[in-house]
Design a protein around this ligand. Structure first.
Ligand code: ADP
Ligand code: MG
Length: 439
C-alpha cells in the first residue's frame, strides 16, 4: 500500500498538468489530505472562502485526478480549517515490545481439563518457537487465561532467547496504530516494525475483522513473518469461522497451524485457582468458603481472582474471619462490577468508528458524507441494541439530534440488515466485539 501522502502527491501532479502554474500554487498546492477511505478523500484548505472556490472550480479536476491515481472513483470533500471540527487523531499507540510479567507465567498457570490442551500447545510453542505450531490460535471466552498464556510463552522465550524481538499487541491497538500511520504517512515504519519481529502475538484478533485496511496490512505482515519462519500467536473470543467479517484469506491462514479452544475450568480447577491466588496474597481461605465461591463462579477466572482479592482486602482491613457470607457479598460486588459500564456509548462509537475508518468525532458531529452517515446510523442502531436506550436519549448522545433522525436511522439499518447479509455480519461482529470489551 502507498502511503496516503504519496497518493496525494501524485494527485497534485496530475492537477498541475491541467492548470496554470499560478492557479495551481494558489489553490491546489497548499491543500492537505486529512484522511481517506475507500469512498472519500477529505482535503483541507485554510479559509472558508478558499474552500468555496476550490470546491466550485476544482472539485471535478481533483476527483478525476484521484480516480486516475487510485484506479477507482473516489469522492472528494473539501473542508476548511475555519469550519472543520477539530479532528482528533486516535490515541498514540502503546509500546508493543513485550515486557515480562511475573504474574503471567507458566508457573502461575493452573492446568485443568478446560485448558490442558491450550497449555500444552503454549508450552510447545514456548520451547520450540515457529517449529511446532504456527500460527497458534487460542480462542475462548473472556477471562479464561488466553492473555496469560501469551505472556507465559513470551516470558519463556525471553529466557531462552534474550535477543529475540517479541511483539505483543492487542487487535484493537493494531487497528488504531495503522489508522494513525496512514494518516501520518508513516505506514513504512509501521510495516517495518511488525515485520522485523521474531514473534508476533496479536491478542483479541477479532478486532481487526471488518476493517479493510487493517486486514489488508495484517495479511501482508502475517505472510512476511510466516515465510521467514517467525512465530505468530493469535487469540480471539471465538474461532475464526465464527468471526463473520474476517476475510477468507486470513481465516484460511489462521487455520494453518493449531486452533485450540480454552474452556471454562471445572470445579477442581476453580478450587486450585482460588487456592493459588489466596496463597500468592498470603491469605487463608477455609475450604467451605472456597467451595462456595467455586460453586458460584463458573466461567470466568478473572472473577474468581477478583473475589479472592476482595476477601484479602477485607481481611486486611477488618481482621474479621473469612466466611461464606463475606464471600457472598464479594461475589455480589464482582457481579455488579462486571455488568456493562455506563461508558458503553463511547465504546460503541469508538468501535463503529474503527470499523468504518472514521473518527468518533465524525460520528458525533454534523458531517454527512456517505461513510460518516453510515457509521453514525450503525452506531445508533448498536447503541439501541446493546443499551436499550430511548430514541430521545440516543439523539442527545449523538450531538443533539432529534427523535425523527434517530427513528429514521434505526429503520434504515433495520432494513439493511434484512437485505444485505454483509451488513448484518458487520453489525453482529461489532456487537460481539463491544460485549467482549465490557466482559
Ligand atoms: P483472557 O485473555 O482469556 O480474557 P486472561 O489471560 O486475561 O484471560 O485471564 C484473566 C485472569 O485470570 C488473569 O489474571 C489470569 O492470570 C487468570 N487466569 C486465567 N486462567 C488461569 C489459570 N488457568 N491459572 C491461573 N490463573 C489464570
Ligand atoms: Mg485477553
Amino acid at each position: 500500500m502507498h502511503s496516503f501522502s504519496d497518493v496525494f502527491e501524485r494527485v497534485k501532479e496530475v492537477c498541475r498538468g491541467e492548470m496554470s502554474e499560478v492557479a495551481y500554487n494558489l489553490w491546489i498546492d497548499k491543500l492537505e489530505l486529512t484522511d481517506m477511505d475507500s469512498s472519500t478523500a477529505r482535503l483541507i484548505c485554510s479559509t472558508e472562502f478558499m474552500r468555496e472556490i476550490i470546491n466550485e472550480k476544482y472539485n471535478a479536476l481533483l476527483t478525476a485526478a484521484f480516480e486516475q491515481t487510485m484506479g477507482f472513483p473516489v469522492k472528494v470533500e473539501i473542508l476548511s480549517q475555519e469550519t472543520a471540527a477539530v479532528r482528533q487523531p486516535p490515541a498514540p499507540p502503546k509500546k508493543t515490545e513485550f515486557i515480562p510479567e511475573k504474574e503471567y507465567s507458566f508457573e502461575t498457570f493452573v492446568v485443568g481439563s478446560g485448558n490442558s490442551l491450550a497449555h500444552a500447545a503454549a508450552w510447545a510453542v514456548a520451547n520450540n518457537p515457529a517449529k511446532s505450531y504456527n500460527p497458534l490460535f487460542l480462542h475462548g471466552g473472556s477471562g479464561l487465561g488466553k492473555t496469560h498464556l501469551i505472556y507465559a510463552i513470551c516470558g519463556r522465550i525471553r529466557q531462552n532467547h534474550p535477543d529475540y524481538k517479541l511483539l505483543y499487541v492487542k487487535g484493537e491497538e493494531f487497528a488504531n496504530e495503522l489508522i494513525l500511520a496512514i494518516r501520518n504517512g508513516t505506514t513504512a515504519e509501521f510495516k517495518e516494525k511488525y515485520r522485523q519481529a521474531d514473534l508476533l502475538a496479536v491478542d483479541d484478533i477479532q478486532f481487526i475483522a471488518g476493517k479493510e485496511s487493517t486486514q489488508e496490512e495484517f495479511f501482508h505482515t502475517f505472510n512476511s513473518l510466516y515465510e521467514c519462519g517467525k512465530q505468530i500467536i493469535l487469540t480471539s473470543d471465538r474461532p475464526p469461522k465464527e468471526i463473520k467479517t474476517l476475510e477468507d484469506r486470513l481465516r484460511t491462514r489462521f487455520e494453518w497451524g493449531l486452533l485450540v479452544d480454552v474452556q471454562p475450568p471445572d470445579f477442581e480447577t476453580r478450587m486450585a485457582i482460588i487456592s493459588r491466588k489466596a496463597d500468592s496474597l498470603g491469605l487463608k481461605i477455609p475450604e467451605d468458603v472456597a467451595a462456595f465461591i467455586a460453586g458460584k463462579l463458573k466461567d470466568n477466572v478473572r472473577q474468581l481472582e477478583g473475589v479472592v482479592k476482595r476477601l484479602e482486602a477485607h481481611a486486611n482491613l477488618t481482621g474479621a474471619p473469612i466466611t461464606i457470607l463475606l464471600a457472598e457479598n464479594a461475589i455480589q460486588d464482582i457481579m455488579t462490577e462486571h455488568t456493562p459500564l455506563p461508558v458503553t456509548v463511547d465504546r460503541i462509537i469508538d468501535e463503529v468508528a474503527r470499523t468504518y475508518g472514521v473518527t468518533a468525532e465524525d460520528i458525533r458531529g454534523q458531517r454527512r458524507s456517505g461513510q460518516i452517515s453510515t457509521a453514525r446510523q450503525v452506531a445508533m442502531y448498536v447503541v439501541r441494541e446493546i443499551t436499550g436506550m430511548t430514541q430521545l436519549k440516543i439523539g442527545q448522545e449523538f450531538g443533539g439530534r432529534d427523535h425523527a433522525t434517530v427513528v429514521y436511522a434505526l429503520q434504515q439499518v433495520g432494513k439493511a440488515i434484512k437485505t444485505d447479509p454483509r451488513k448484518k455480519e458487520t453489525i453482529e461482529d461489532i456487537i460481539k466485539n463491544i460485549r467482549n470489551l465490557n466482559g
